[in-house]
Design a protein around this ligand. Structure first.
Ligand code: GAR
Length: 225
């Protein structure tokens, strides 16, 4: 028997859907949802780009989906005036039921694109079929090297001289899917996971909003799908 996520319904209902503050022109821009599980520095970078110049960015960040109650990204959403929906996936019988609940919310909000930004879950067929080719992810390595958790540590442990950032369309795998953009980051002697992560994050914050903007405008597509 599925248990509905209490935190999902509570949070979702507490923060009423709102596009207050959006200009008339914003309303015809595609509405995107950002999924995040943690600190949300990429969420912030995307929101900053979208709110600074909505017309140029080409989309409205309409919703944060968070699977970790208490994650700092929720504070960022509140400060930016973006509604959030908090879910607790382990309260569902399986991943599909969790995503079906999520999908209802996304559809109710008129979400057209999903942007994963530090969302540490595999996506199932439920969302993949509802958003075919309309879901992106960012990962802190040059994929297909070092997928999964702790990608920066994996790269350091391996001893690579370059690593980087990949933005890709999402498929059913873990950090797989057609590549949209990559950026190289040099590994320096004496790098720690923290120092290398800091440089990777700095690249991510510029790259991800630019890629989203280009993909939504139809200027960027994978070389191979
Ligand atoms: C980012 O570095 C992102 O590339 C990574 O999580 C971090 C989230 O940071 N994503 C993955 O590892 C996906 N497999 P943030 O919460 O500060 O945006």
């Amino acid at each position: 028997m599925m248990q509905r996520s209490l935190s999902a319904s509570t949070s979702a209902e507490q923060e009423a859907p709102s596009i207050e503050g959006a200009s008339t022109s914003d309303k015809r821009l595609p509405r995107i949802a950002i999924f995040a599980s943690g600190s949300g520095s990429n969420f912030q970078a995307i929101v900053d780009a979208a709110q600074t110049d909505p017309e140029h960015f080409g989309a409205v960040v309409a919703l944060l989906v968070c699977d970790k109650p208490g994650a700092y990204v929720l504070e960022r959403a509140k400060a930016a005036g973006i509604q959030s929906a908090v879910y607790t996936p382990k309260q569902y019988e399986n991943r599909e039921l969790y995503e079906q609940d999520l999908l209802q919310r996304l559809q109710a909000e008129g979400i057209e694109w999903i942007v994963l930004a530090g969302y540490m879950r595999i996506i199932t067929h439920v969302l993949l079929e509802a958003y075919p080719g309309k879901m992106m992810n960012i990962h802190p390595s040059l994929l297909p090297s070092f997928p999964g958790l702790h990608a920066v540590k994996q790269a350091l442990d391996y001893g690579v001289r370059v690593t980087g950032v990949t933005v890709h369309l999402v498929d059913a795998g873990m950090d797989t899917g057609p590549i949209l953009a990559q950026h190289v980051v040099q590994v320096e002697a004496g790098d720690t996971e923290e120092s290398l992560s800091d440089r990777i994050h700095a690249i991510e914050h510029g790259l991800y909003p630019a890629v989203i903007c280009d993909v939504l405008a139809g200027r960027l597509a994978p070389i191979r799908v």
